[in-house]
Design a protein around this ligand. Structure first.
Ligand SMILES: Nc1nc2c(ncn2[C@@H]2O[C@H](COP(=O)(O)OP(=O)(O)OP(=O)(O)O)[C@@H](O)[C@H]2O)c(=O)[nH]1
Ligand SMILES: [Mg+2]
Length: 356
C-alpha cells in the first residue's frame, strides 16, 4: 500500500496529481484545508492537504495503464501464437521421429550387425538406381530391395572343386584347424583319400600340429621346405583324391611375406586358393586383408570363428571386399564337426542377425 500526501490549491488539482501518480484505483483517504505557516500564509489562499492511498506500485496514469493493457494483450496473443507454433513444430518433430524410427528398422538392422557405412551407402544407392528413388527408406518395399541386394552380394561355392587346395590367411584365423576339419569331412564322411601338406615351417610346432591330424586320419603327410621340394612332395600324394596344403599365417600388411606365399602357390598351381578370415576381425581390417591378399588370386573364402561373434557384418564385409564366393563356415574348435558348407540363406540370416 502506498500512501501519499498532496498540498494543492483545489481538489481538481489533487485528483489530477493522484491519478497521474497513483493511478485510477487510488482512493482519497483524507482531505483538509490548510494555511501556510507564518505571516505570509495569513495573506495567501487556503490550500488543501489531500492524502491518497493506492495498492503497491503506483500506476502512473491512464495512458500508461491503457498501454500496459495493450501490451498485455499483445503478449497474450504472442504467447498463444508461440504455443501454436510450438505444438505444430513438435508435431513435425514427432512425425520425423516416428518416420525415423521406422526408417531405422532396416538401417538399424544393418548398423546393429556392424555392416560398414560404406557398404550401407552403396546398397542404398543401388536400391535408388533400381528405381527405388521415390521409395521411403522405412517402407517394406525398400527393405525388400535392400535384402535382395544383400543376397546378390552373397556368393557361395559348393565347396571343394578340383584336387589341390591351399589355405592362406592372417595369423591364427584357424587355417590348420580348418584343414583338419576338411580332411576329416572328406575322408570320414565323403570317402575321399586325402593327403595333407604343410609349407608352414616358420612357426614352432606348426608341422607337428598338422602331422597329428594326419596321423589320426591315417592320411599321407608331407612338408615343403622350399619351392624346389614341391614336385617331390606332390609325387608322394599321387593317389590322393584331395590334397590340402597349409601355409604360414601372414600379416597382410607385410607385402614381402604375402608375396613369399605367392611364390609357393605359383609353383603349386592349386585348383582352389581359400582365403581364411576370422569373423571376429574388424570390418575395416577385413577390407585391408582382402585387398592385400589379392596378389594371390584367391578363389574362395573360408569364414571362421562364427561362433565367437554376435554380429556378422564381417561376413558381408568379407564378401563385399573380396568379391569371391564363400565355400565353408567354421563354428567352433571341434575337429571335424564344426564346419559346414556355405549356404546363401544361412549367410543372409547371420548377416542380418536372425541367426547366431
Ligand atoms: N571358436 C573357434 N575357434 C577356432 C575356430 N577355428 C579355429 N579355432 C581356434 O583358433 C585357434 C588358432 O587356430 P589355428 O588353426 O592354429 O590357426 P592358424 O590360422 O593355423 O594359425 P597360424 O598357423 O598361427 O597362422 C585354435 O585355438 C583353434 O582351435 C572356430 O571356428 N571357432
Ligand atoms: Mg596354422
Amino acid at each position: 500500500m502506498i500512501i501519499k500526501r498532496y498540498i494543492v490549491d483545489n481538489m481538481n488539482e489533487a485528483m489530477i496529481k493522484i491519478r497521474y501518480e497513483l493511478g485510477n484505483e487510488a482512493v482519497i483517504v483524507s482531505q483538509r484545508k490548510i494555511r501556510e505557516k507564518g505571516i505570509k500564509g495569513f495573506f495567501r489562499h487556503k490550500k488543501y492537504e489531500v492524502t491518497a492511498a493506492a495498492d503497491d506500485k503506483p500506476k502512473k496514469n491512464n495512458e500508461e495503464i491503457i498501454k500496459k493493457d495493450e501490451l498485455r494483450n499483445e503478449m497474450d496473443e504472442l504467447k498463444s501464437m508461440m504455443a501454436n507454433l510450438l505444438s505444430k513444430q513438435s508435431e513435425v518433430v514427432d512425425n520425423t521421429k516416428k518416420s525415423k524410427g521406422k526408417k531405422l528398422t532396416i538401417n538399424k538392422k544393418l548398423l546393429e550387425n556392424d555392416i560398414p557405412d560404406e557398404i550401407i551407402e552403396d546398397i542404398y544407392s543401388k536400391v535408388k538406381a533400381k528405381g527405388g528413388k521415390n521409395l521411403r527408406t522405412n517402407s517394406k518395399q525398400f527393405e525388400e530391395e535392400v535384402n535382395n541386394i544383400i543376397k546378390n552380394i552373397i556368393k557361395t561355392d559348393t565347396g571343394i572343386n578340383g584336387r589341390v587346395h591351399v589355405l592362406i590367411g592372417p595369423t591364427g584365423v584357424g587355417k590348420t584347424t580348418t584343414i583338419a576339419k576338411l580332411a576329416g569331412l572328406y575322408s570320414l564322411y565323403k570317402n575321399k583319400k586325402v593327403g595333407l601338406i604343410t609349407i608352414d615351417t616358420y612357426r614352432i610346432g606348426a608341422v607337428e600340429q598338422l602331422k597329428i591330424y594326419a596321423n589320426i586320419l591315417s592320411a599321407p603327410f608331407g612338408v615343403i621346405l622350399t619351392v624346389k621340394d614341391i614336385p617331390e612332395v606332390m609325387k608322394t600324394m599321387e593317389d590322393c583324391d584331395l590334397i590340402f596344403i597349409d601355409t604360414t599365417g601372414r600379416n597382410s600388411k607385410n607385402a614381402m611375406q604375402v608375396s613369399e606365399i605367392r611364390q609357393y602357390i605359383d609353383a603349386l598351381k592349386p585348383d582352389g586358393i581359400h582365403l581364411v578370415l576370422s569373423m571376429t576381425t574388424k570390418c575395416k581390417d577385413i577390407k585391408r586383408i582382402a585387398n592385400d591378399y589379392k596378389i594371390i588370386k584367391y578363389t574362395s573364402l573360408i569364414l571362421t570363428k562364427i561362433d565367437e561373434t554376435d554380429t556378422c557384418g564381417s561376413i558381408l564385409a568379407s564378401l563385399y571386399y573380396a568379391n569371391v564366393p564363400v565355400s565353408f563356415l567354421t563354428t567352433g574348435q571341434n575337429v571335424p564337426d564344426d564346419i559346414q558348407e556355405a549356404k546363401t540363406e544361412k549367410l543372409f540370416n547371420l548377416i542380418m542377425g536372425a541367426e547366431q
